[in-house]
Ligand binder design. Structure first.
Ligand SMILES: O=C(O)c1ccc(O)c(O)c1
Length: 263
């Protein structure tokens, strides 16, 4: 199994400690939250990018994705969004990451308008991504929480360098069954973000297996071949326990689910 964690779970942690944490807990990859608060973001200079690459390579850990904050369905000019997408794609290429994560961010816009805007911007980014050898993945999130919402946009783009990342929390909270979400996203899926929480109305992060999110059904649907990335939202819930001490058990829990465990 390929298991990763997102640096959303370790706010502000230096790259050397991120990489050490991954290596010590059996995580093969890391999703790097590409935000100016964090050590890795699109403003990094070339020598800083090379240093990140060296740290990961030395530990044998992969950069799974650059998790960006571009909001591709948002109202407003395309130019600023294109610029953000290009910067994320080039950062991912420089770091050897196969994926860039982006958000819909359509707010309260009518669905057709939000979809058309997102598909237009992702379509433009697709060619740049193809040249760079990267895939841009739209996450099911905010205005587009379900697999159906995300698949509608990605299908409209119709380009192999634009796909989807499945966040198991948002589709579940939207009332979509895991097997259905996976069925809709499977043709486009880059990787799966796993998490757990007490119930649909309380997204406070819990250790994997400690909540009621139907993680077993999600993991079973996704199967053993792709990446699972634990996105523990410590940045937004600072009071929850630190992630590093939970990682090895979280990884083992997903392994157990893949091997036929129940929930
Ligand atoms: O990067 C983030 O801030 C963020 C927040 C919530 C999510 O569900 C997520 O997938 C990412």
């Amino acid at each position: 199994m390929n298991f990763a964690f997102s640096t959303l779970g370790v706010p502000g942690m230096e790259v050397r400690d991120v990489v050490r944490t991954a290596a010590e807990t059996g995580c093969r990859g890391v999703e790097l939250r590409a935000h100016p608060e964090e050590p890795v973001h699109p403003g990094l200079l070339p020598q800083e990018r090379r240093s990140v690459v060296r740290e990961f390579a030395a530990a044998g850990v992969e950069v799974l994705a650059v998790a960006g904050y571009a909001r591709v369905a948002a109202e407003g000019d395309d130019e600023a969004v294109y610029e953000e997408l290009y910067r994320l794609v080039h950062l991912a290429a420089d770091l050897g990451a196969p994926f860039v994560r982006v958000f819909p961010g359509g707010g309260g816009r009518p669905q057709d308008d939000a979809d058309a805007t997102a598909a237009r911007r992702l379509g433009a980014a697709a060619e740049v991504a193809a040249d760079a050898g990267v895939r841009v993945l739209l996450e099911n999130h905010d205005s587009h929480p379900s697999g159906a919402d995300t698949a509608r946009v990605v299908a409209a783009v119709g380009h192999p360098h634009v796909g989807a990342v499945w966040d198991v929390l948002h589709s579940w909270r939207a009332g979509e069954a895991p097997a259905r979400t996976h069925g809709l996203l499977a043709p486009y899926l880059g990787y799966v973000q796993v998490k757990d929480c007490a119930d649909r109305d309380d997204p406070t992060p819990l250790p994997l297996g400690a909540g009621t999110l139907p993680l077993g059904a999600c993991v079973a649907a996704a199967g053993p071949d792709g990446w699972f990335c634990w996105e523990y939202e410590k940045r937004w819930f600072p009071g929850v326990p630190a992630l590093p001490g939970l990682l090895a058990a979280g990884r083992a829990h997903v392994e157990g689910l893949l091997a036929g465990g129940s929930r």
